[in-house]
Design a protein around this ligand. Structure first.
Ligand SMILES: C[S@@+](CC[C@H](N)C(=O)[O-])C[C@H]1O[C@@H](n2cnc3c(N)ncnc32)[C@H](O)[C@@H]1O
Length: 199
């Protein structure tokens, strides 16, 4: 549990610039689609909010919390405009500092590749989102077929260097944690997925 924050603390200053080509290619579009899937209700939690790349998509009138474990990523996020009802909270997805059923929905983008424990993180989202509420993710995952083995190999390096696992089966993890996976849309040879779940 000790390496995560330093990794993203180190990347915080360059993160937005490094992401720009990926945003233009696909990610920005998927962010917008993820927020369109959140369903009813105004109380939202974002986990692994990073530098605040999703702030411009937050629904009008919504309130809630943006959880992030890296103090340096939060520092960049703090400088960006966000809806007034959202608090920035330094915490881990595996131990969310909220009461049960605090939120109507949760969102995470490009986070479950790097959380220490997908199972504990999903259990926490299941706990803090009300019954029937949605958990919507955009994640890069282990692709199907032979490419999956390439990503298994790649992951050895990226997990070691960046705490980023290139071979997570995130939709399966969500299902195993007891969330109902409503839809999985695959993009880019199955490397990137929009995953819509219900509690
Ligand atoms: C690839 S970045 C994505 C940031 C942002 N969600 C986005 O879409 O640009 C991954 C983020 O997840 C955060 N993170 C990693 N593990 C976490 C955990 N266990 N709890 C909370 N945040 C975590 C990292 O600090 C980093 O800011």
């Amino acid at each position: 549990m000790t390496r995560k924050a330093p990794t993203y603390d180190r990347l915080a200053a360059v993160y937005d610039r490094a992401m720009r080509p990926l945003e233009r290619w696909l990610v920005a579009r998927l962010r917008a689609r993820a927020f369109a899937e959140l369903g009813e209700g105004a109380r939202l939690v974002e986990v692994g909010a990073g530098t605040g790349a999703n702030f411009s998509h937050y629904p009008r009138g919504a309130q809630g919390a943006c959880v992030e474990l890296s103090a340096e990523m939060l520092k960049v996020a703090r400088a960006k405009a966000r809806p007034g009802g959202f608090a920035l909270v330094e915490a881990r997805a595996e131990a969310l500092p909220f009461a049960d059923a605090t939120f109507d929905a949760a969102v995470a983008t490009l986070v479950f590749c790097s959380v220490e424990s997908p199972q504990t993180s999903f259990a926490e989202l299941k706990r803090v989102v009300r019954a029937g509420g949605r958990v919507v993710l955009v994640e890069h995952v282990r692709p199907p077929g032979a490419l999956g083995y390439v990503f298994d190999a790649l992951s050895l390096l990226t997990a070691w260097l960046l705490d980023d696992h290139f071979n997570r089966r995130t939709a399966e993890e969500a299902r195993r944690a007891g969330l109902r996976v409503v839809r999985v849309d695959s993009h880019a040879l199955g490397i990137v997925q929009l995953i819509v779940c219900e509690v």
